[in-house]
Design a protein around this ligand. Sequence first.
Ligand SMILES: [Zn+2]
Length: 245
Amino acid sequence: MNRNLFNNPQILAVFTNKFGGISHPPYNSLNIATHVGDKNEDVLKNRKILAKKLNFKIENLATMEQVHQNNIEVIVPQTDRKILRCDGIITNAKNIPLMVMVADCIPILLYDPVTMAIGAVHAGRNGTFLKIIQKAILKMQSEFKSNPKDILISLGTAINRCCYEIDESLANITIKNFGKKYIEIREKKYYLNLQLLNLDQLLEMKIQKENIQIDQKCSCCDTNYFSYRREKNTGRFAGIIMIRN
Ligand SMILES: [Zn+2]
């Protein structure tokens, strides 16, 4: 079986970066989110650029109003895509691109090649603490009869432990609830390893380690990506996944 999510003719799976979009203020790049200060018409232009480049229908695009919780919605062709107030979407319908938008949070793409089901998840700190990725997998099991051992998963570029400083009380909460290994202490400062926390949640769900890809780039260090921590006012880049016809 082809374990690479990105090299599979049956699906489209990509992570974008800042580049390839139209060039103008405020972000001079491929921002795909409407809620962060760009003009809506410009964001739409950027989404159209992506749709053309990736060969999907823009009117089919499922985007979320992400609220840092752990709600997962099932998308069917009839779903009204304007009211998706959630942080994870899954489907087994063809030609519906699922999009997650981030600037430091982890964009996660899921693909079950056996039942032909996909998902896109927004895993920031809160979502991760609420175990959103486990909830997404449980929902793929109940909705599509997915077996976790079949699911391929990719964690895209996000803030890494080099930059993800948190305060002491949050560090203590993390240690108390999840364990010491997720916090690094350097010069009396606390850094969270969000990727490791998600990885362990995946392994706990019996996802196979060889089916998990984790991007090692840090969105805060690497200026090819938008970073809320680095820039505060910033755009969003995307993870997109779709079952091809
Ligand atoms: Zn970094």
